[in-house]
Structures are given as C-alpha cells and as structure tokens.
Design a binder for this molecule. Structure first.
Ligand code: SAM
Length: 248
C-alpha cells in the first residue's frame, strides 16, 4: 500500500506541467464541444494550470478548484484572460465545503485519474449538484482491449507514484456514486472519453443531504474592490477578473 501527499506531488509537478502535458493537439476541439454543456452555476474540478480554460464557453462564472496551490498560481493568467469569470479556489474534491445542491454543472478534465478515492469524490459531486444536475468529464480510462488494458496497468505501476493512475474505471466509479451516464464519446480509442452524466434521484437518497458546517459563506470578498481574493496569501495579482480564494 503506497501513501503519497497528493497536494505536494501536484505542487511539484506544477513546475513542469505546461512543458510536459499542456499540449492540446487534437483534444482541444473535443474539450470545447463537451464544455459547451456547462450550464448555470459551474464547478470545475482539478483546474491544474488552467489549460482547459481557453476551451470554456465565454461569459460564464465558473468556480475552478484544485488541491495544489502551485497549480492554481500557474492558472491565474489563463483565468484572467477568460472572457467571463473564473474563480480559482484551493479545495479537495473529496471534501467539498460547498452547500448541498449549490451547482448546476460539475466538470472534470483528466482529473478522476488523479483524485485518490474517486468514488468519494463522485459522491461529493452528487451532493453539491442540484437534482438532475449534470456531470461532464473529459477523462482517460483503462481500455477494454486486453493488450491495451494490460499496458495501462503496467504504466500505472510507476505513474501512480506521481499521482496518476492510467487504468481507472471512471464510468463505474461515477455509477457507484449514483450517476446516470447518458453519453460516452471516444476522443482516442476507448481510452480518452468525453462523458456526460446526470445526478439521479437514487443518488440523492444515498447521500446525506445535510452536513453540519457545510453551509455558510462561500467566499471571502475583499473590501476594496468587491473581487474575491485570498487575503491570507496575498495573491491579489489575480484579483482583477478572477482570483484565488479561500473559504470564509
Ligand atoms: C492531470 S492534472 C489535470 C489538470 C487539468 N485539468 C488538465 O487537463 O491539464 C490533475 C489535477 O487534479 C488535481 N487534483 C488531484 N487530486 C485532487 C483532489 N483531491 N482535489 C482537487 N484537485 C485534485 C491536481 O492537483 C492536478 O492539478
């Protein structure tokens, strides 16, 4: 059994992330098409250095979370450049500090391979989604092809040491948390998928709806300009159109 501090791992990877992994190549158009489904109050989970942000539909207000401070800091310029509002927030997908039913759409991109205990995170997504809210995922998963599946199993032996599992069954994990998968589109073979799902009534029954301490003020607002800022860390350079924020 291995144990890693996931935030530290991603803080470390933030330094090289854009150089190694931010290439869009042919994935950009698929992300754009999927993200067009963002509606209402949007929670984006695992924003990383913000490589997904240019593919967001314009004019939305999006709360974008990540467990890594260093990733969020790198995401600031892309958040600022977004023609709408992206609020960057440090948070753990497995323990969201948002009230129940506070979002219409939850979105992930190449993140459910990284979050430890993904089913717990999916249960949190279900809790914070309104009834019939949508889940949009751009994710890579284990292939059903025997040889490809085994290759991904082998790769995971070392990639998991840096926080990524290449052989997750993300569709089953979402279903275990009560999501109804409504469409799965191939982006690359059966490995990179664009997935649409909705929160089902069954899921609502399974998940405790009222958790004391989860309600309350979501964001701390700076007195001067009404923007959301992390006053504790002084990341005010992000504060013009978007910001890193803490829970109040
Ligand atoms: C492979 S990166 C993907 C980033 C971005 N979506 C992209 O496609 O480039 C995975 C991201 O998930 C974040 N992450 C991992 N575990 C998390 C957790 N428990 N809660 C929130 N974010 C997490 C990592 O910090 C990292 O930025």
């Amino acid at each position: 059994m291995y144990r890693i501090n996931i935030a530290s791992v991603w803080d470390f990877r933030a330094r090289f992330y854009d150089f190694c992994e931010a290439s869009d190549l042919r994935r950009g158009p698929s992300k754009k098409a999927l993200f067009r489904g963002m509606r209402g109050r949007v929670l984006f989970v695992g924003v990383g250095t913000g490589v997904d942000i240019p593919h967001f539909p314009p004019g939305q207000t999006i709360i974008a979370i990540d467990i890594s401070d260093k990733m969020l800091i790198k995401a600031c310029p892309r958040a600022r450049a977004y023609p709408g509002r992206v609020v960057l927030l440090r948070a753990d997908a497995r323990n969201l500090k948002f009230p129940d039913a506070s979002f219409d759409t939850v979105v992930t991109s190449c993140t459910m391979c990284s979050v430890p205990d993904p089913v717990r995170a999916f249960r949190e997504f279900s809790r914070v989604l309104r009834p019939s809210g949508r889940l949009l995922m751009f994710e890579h998963v284990r292939s059903r092809n025997r040889m490809l599946g085994l290759s991904l199993d082998m790769m995971t032996l070392w990639t998991r040491l840096s926080g990524t599992e290449m052989n997750r069954d993300t569709l089953s994990n979402a279903r275990k948390a009560g999501f109804l998968v409504t469409s799965v589109a191939s982006v690359f073979l059966d490995i990179i998928l664009a997935i649409r799902a909705t929160k089902t009534l069954a899921a609502e029954g399974e998940i405790p709806f009222h958790a004391p301490g989860r309600t309350g003020t979501l964001l701390k607002e700076s007195k001067s300009d009404g923007q959301f800022v992390d006053t504790r860390r002084g990341l005010t350079d992000c504060a013009r159109s978007s910001a890193v924020v803490t829970l109040a």
